[in-house]
Write a protein that binds this ligand. Structure first.
Ligand SMILES: [Zn+2]
Ligand SMILES: [Zn+2]
Length: 190
């Protein structure tokens, strides 16, 4: 109030009679009324803003920015899983193609061996059992390839467990080579 001592007249018309306690400016009565109306309008604005915010809060069921972060995580994760699954399918196909190729080779070799044994009548129960046994093992390899492994793994920085297809190298070759060797030695011994 002390600072208002210097100013005696209305800021608009120089006929000062009243002082606003807020801004400490002096006004004549009409201009003081006008000044109060301006303050009323500002008060209405504050009430309006308050109501708007309250209404928005009532209507808002969730936190959109945080929710979008979760949505984004979901999308990225699904994309990663899809890519991993695609890669795993492709790897499985490659492994199986290779296994199949090796099994076909084994069967072809066996066919020519059976043909020649048949031609010279060089077979009895022992050879027939061994051949049947080998066929069963080849069939097992074809139906449930034990040389192909599918395992879970956790990618670095990811909480989602991924899967990976790996092939145990040389398993088929060693297996078939071993059976061949046994079969051939038992045949030559006869
Ligand atoms: Zn004022
Ligand atoms: Zn005035």
């Amino acid at each position: 109030m002390a600072s208002s001592g210097q100013q005696k007249s209305c800021v608009a018309c120089e006929n000062g009679v009243a002082t606003c306690t807020g801004c400490e400016k002096r006004f004549c009565l009409p201009h003081f009324t006008q000044h109060r109306q301006e303050l009323d309008e500002r008060m209405n604005e504050v009430v309006h803003e308050h109501n708007q915010l309250r209404k928005a809060l009532d209507q808002q069921a969730t936190a959109p920015h945080l929710l979008s972060r979760i949505d984004q995580w979901e999308q990225t994760s699904i994309q990663k899983i899809k890519e991993t699954a695609k890669q795993a399918r492709a790897d499985l196909q490659t492994c199986f193609d290779r296994t199949k190729h090796q099994l076909i080779n084994s069967l072809d070799n066996m066919a020519s061996r059976l043909k020649s044994t048949q031609a010279i009548n060089l077979y009895a129960e022992k050879e027939l059992d061994a051949s049947m046994q080998q066929l069963k093992q080849l069939q097992q390899m074809f139906e449930m390839p034990t040389n192909i492994d599918i395992a879970d793994y956790n990618a670095k920085g990811s909480s989602i467990s991924m899967i990976k297809v790996t092939e145990k190298k040389h398993f088929v070759c060693r297996f078939i080579g071993c059976r061949h060797a046994t079969l051939l030695s038992s045949m030559s011994a006869t």
